[in-house]
Design a protein around this ligand. Structure first.
Ligand code: NDP
Length: 335
């Protein structure tokens, strides 16, 4: 595509994930970065110079709504703390911009619905950044399971977690919404849904904290374990934590074999192993970061250009928030 035909993105919030995304867009043939929104002007000017963004296309959070008049911006990428996703999605929609929003979509299912409604009213696309739904080895594994390579699926296991730094926004409930399920447990939840192709009908959860006087866990639990039952009868056992190194992992148990992915959910190095009926599989995706970000940005850009609905629209984010609320409710954690 010619430079002028690319979909122009305004990146809102210049943190860790925004950096991956911008590097992914740099590799893309369909997208470009045309504006930045930040609370730190110096940082924004430095990044603007790197990506060829004009200084008058740098916005603060306060003057963000002026982006309506910026014809070089067709879409925004919301890379802010979770509590700000709803506000900036709705403001972007009102400014007539398509919205590509990071996961978790918002703090609650009610907020998700407001975002969906705002984008519908403004007639703009809304896509949630579920990287793994665009990751080729993950998609291949889903296809293997769904096509019966390990026989009928009986059970699923999934987990993800890390040992969180003190003081970061993820440990503040007002900004994060809740604990690790919002941030990383959502990957196991997504994987269980993607691999079964079903929606959970029953959820039971337990929340717990090992490091009881640790200020990191003053506002939220350290770990959550939860079980889900799907309509077919498949059971899923999932976990997430902010207290220990819990490498991204999932395993599907079928009548005649097992398929597992680990490490998975990372920006690269996604690996699978499996065996069934005398067959053995082992494969890693050799692509390097930021390829996943290029892929999801390209998918969204294609949707903007063709009018197609994204594979992971707002409704997909809403579903996960509905389940996250059920997980915490079952665990007796007030959100
Ligand atoms: P960071 O803390 O690295 O970046 C967030 C940015 O938001 C900051 O750099 C800042 O940008 C801006 N911001 C505005 N207000 C605040 C505030 N009160 N506190 C902190 N930052 C603020 O977070 P991440 O990039 O890791 O996460 C951002 C979002 O992306 C989250 O929703 C997270 O769940 C999601 N995420 C998704 C991943 C994925 O793989 N899909 C992986 C990691 C995160 P500025 O200084 O420019 O104003």
């Amino acid at each position: 595509a010619q430079q002028q035909e690319r979909v122009g993105f305004a990146v809102i919030g210049l943190g860790v994930i925004a950096d991956h995304f911008m590097r992914g867009v740099k590799q893309s043939q369909r997208c470009k970065i045309t504006a930045l929104v930040s609370g730190h002007r110096d940082k924004a000017e430095r990044i603007a110079a790197e990506y060829g963004v004009p200084k008058d296309s740098i916005y603060s959070y306060e003057d963000f709504d002026r982006i309506r008049d910026n014809k070089t911006v067709q879409a925004v990428y919301v890379a802010l703390p979770n509590s700000m996703h709803a506000e900036y999605t709705i403001r972007a929609a009102k400014a007539g911009k398509h919205v590509f929003c990071e996961k978790p979509m918002a703090l609650s299912s009610a907020e998700c619905q407001q975002m969906i409604d705002a984008c519908k009213t403004a007639n703009v696309k809304l896509m949630i950044a579920y990287r793994m739904q665009y990751e080729p080895l993950t998609l291949k594994c889903i296809e293997m399971v769904r096509s019966g390579k390990i026989g009928d699926v009986v059970a699923f296991e999934g987990q993800f977690g890390f040992n969180i730094q003190p003081g970061v926004w993820r440990t503040k409930k007002a900004l994060a919404g809740g604990g690790s399920v919002y941030d990383v447990g959502i990957y196991a939840l997504q994987a269980a849904r993607m691999f079964t192709g079903e929606e959970p009908v029953e959820i039971k959860a337990v929340a717990s904290t090992v490091h009881k006087n640790d200020p990191r866990f003053a506002e939220m639990e350290e770990s959550v374990e939860w079980s889900m039952r799907f309509p077919s009868g498949v059971v899923a056992s999932c976990a997430s934590t902010y207290g220990g190194q819990m490498e991204g992992f999932m395993r599907v148990h079928g009548v005649s074999g097992t398929l597992e992915m680990g490490p998975t959910y990372g920006y690269d190095g996604v690996t699978m192993r499996g065996r069934a009926k005398g067959e053995h599989w082992e494969e890693s995706n050799p692509e390097k970061d930021p390829k996943q970000f290029e892929r999801e940005a390209d998918h969204f850009a294609e949707c903007v250009q063709t009018g197609r609905t994204p594979k992971t629209p707002g409704e997909e984010g809403l579903r996960d928030l509905t389940y996250i609320e059920k997980i915490y409710e079952s665990a007796g954690v007030k959100l």
